[in-house]
Design a protein around this ligand. Structure first.
Ligand SMILES: [Fe+2]
Length: 86
């Protein structure tokens, strides 16, 4: 389950990174770095979950926070850029 969520994040990040390159988003480098930090967080959670063979509430909340950090926080600046360059 967590593996498929991480795959969805990776696909989402790749899609965004293509859009950032195509539209010459000025914050692309920082946003890509942010994606890498979020993926590292998710893979760390996955390792912990696989080692423990269970998911703790804190780990689940951290996955949700990762979604929030990208989709609500960082992506809002990209969305604004896309609206301004459309
Ligand atoms: Fe993003």
């Amino acid at each position: 389950m967590l593996e498929s969520i991480i795959q969805e994040f990776e696909s989402h990040f790749e899609h965004e990174e293509r859009i950032m390159a195509e539209t010459k988003y000025p914050e692309a480098r920082a946003h890509r770095a942010h994606h890498q930090i979020l993926l590292a967080r998710l893979f760390s959670i996955l390792q912990d979950v696989q080692a423990a063979q269970s998911v703790h509430v804190e780990q689940f909340l951290l996955v949700l926070k990762t979604l929030y950090d990208d989709a609500i926080d960082a992506d809002s600046y990209l969305k604004l850029h896309l609206e301004q360059t459309a």
